[in-house]
Design a protein around this ligand. Structure first.
Ligand code: HEM
Length: 369
């Protein structure tokens, strides 16, 4: 690094001088040294390392397009729908920005699920990466909350009734249930107060928390480096420099994702539907976003009472427990060796199969069932 600095200074170029000026003030060469030292293990599962970066890229698209949407969006039940209608029809490229925000949200959650399950199956949560896993669990919850709160913002019929169903669900928990439902809705039903609340959560509270949790997640990834899965521990320890080799490969993936996003947004622009009318009956076949479909369909299929307990309550408690097992996996299996070594993979695969089957049923079964 000293060599680079000397060469740049000797060249006398403006860029060289600017580098030296910045380096003296903020220690740029320390960052460069860090980037040069960072390596990514090379083995037959290296491909999966690209999905964390892909999730990060799609998250950055969300931030950029979200800020642009904020310039036109109005968070009240009398103006929200109209402001989006205006954006879609009158504002130049407004439809494109909204469509990219909507498609990128879906792709980001999809990339995050791939990232989560690959980290689980490759046992990346083992010591010393327990906190990396836990912060990832936080990011999972925060991303789902982004999706749930964002869905209501256009204030259309589908979003309104889906939110009414979604915010009803925690109400079945004895004791705190009704309180949580009121807290989410800002009252007894979904109204303009819910919209204002969801807006505040979506554009201020969640971004603030995500900044901290994502910062911790990325710091820990830098601190510990990428893990080597146990299944390749006995193979030759090859590695690729992060800068520029891995980063350039990352960029190719991001460029492909941008192409897919642009095509999806152009050929299938986000729809708006009809404005929400709380006095109309709920339309048949209300559906949540695809990533909530498996849970939604399970609750729909559960019988009214199971062994004297309300079916929906058992469902909600069951999902809560599954979430806890997933998030606390590193502590449950103690490093993943011994009798429990196969549990995380079996749990992950069972969860993937269950989610695919129930999501499929959610989209194909008759809405009256
Ligand atoms: C907004 C969501 C997320 C973002 C932007 C993100 C970003 C990243 C990035 C850039 C990396 C390094 C590259 C890679 O391993 O792919 C990483 C590593 C990691 N992430 Fe995430 N992540 C997110 C969510 C999650 C979730 C939901 C989990 C699991 C609960 C998780 C667990 C991990 C673990 C354990 C590692 C270390 C992998 C290793 O050392 O092999 N992350 N994350």
């Amino acid at each position: 690094m000293k060599e680079v600095k000397q060469r740049m200074a000797a060249s006398g170029s403006t860029l060289g001088k600017f580098w030296l000026w910045l380096d003296e003030r903020i220690g740029l060469s320390d960052f460069a040294k860090l980037a040069k030292k960072k390596e990514v293990p090379l083995h037959r599962h290296t491909f999966w390392y690209y999905f964390g970066g892909m999730t990060l890229f799609l998250f950055m698209i969300q931030v950029a397009t979200g800020i642009l949407l904020l310039l036109y969006y109005r968070p009240s039940s009398s103006e929200a729908f109209e402001s989006i209608q205006y954006l879609m029809t009158e504002v130049e490229f407004g439809w494109l920005v909204r469509s990219i925000h909507s498609w990128s949200a879906n792709l980001m959650i999809f990339a995050m699920f791939i990232h989560l399950f690959s980290a689980l199956l490759l046992k990346a949560y083992r010591r010393p990466r327990e906190m990396t896993w836990l912060s990832g669990g936080g990011l999972l919850g925060l991303s789902l909350a982004f999706g749930f709160t964002g869905y209501l913002l256009p204030w259309n019929e589908l979003a309104f009734f889906a939110t009414r169903v979604g915010t009803e669900i925690p109400g079945v928990i004895p004791g705190i249930g009704p309180f949580v439902r009121r807290l989410l809705r800002g009252g007894d039903d979904v109204t303009g107060a819910t919209l204002t609340r969801f807006y505040g959560i979506h554009v201020a509270i969640l971004p603030a928390i995500v900044t901290v949790v994502l910062g911790l997640h990325l710091f820990l990834v830098q601190k510990h480096g990428m893990s080597r899965p146990p299944s390749v521990e006995n193979t030759a320890k090859r590695a690729m420099p992060f800068f520029p080799n891995f980063l350039l490969r990352d960029l190719v993936g991001w460029l492909c994702a941008l192409g897919v996003l642009a095509a999806l947004a152009a050929y299938f622009p986000a729809e708006l539907g009809r404005k929400a009318d709380p006095f109309q009956p709920a339309p048949v076949g209300i559906k949540p976003e695809w990533y909530f479909m498996a849970m939604f369909q399970t609750l729909k299929l559960l019988p009214g009472r199971i062994l004297g307990i309300e079916g929906e309550l058992l469902g909600v408690v069951g999902f809560g427990l599954l979430g806890l097992v997933l998030v606390f996996m590193p502590f449950l299996v103690h490093g993943g060796s011994g009798r429990w070594s196969r549990f995380p993979a079996a749990f992950g695969i069972a969860l993937i199969i269950y989610s695919i089957v129930l999501t499929y049923l959610g989209y194909t079964m008759s809405p009256t069932k």
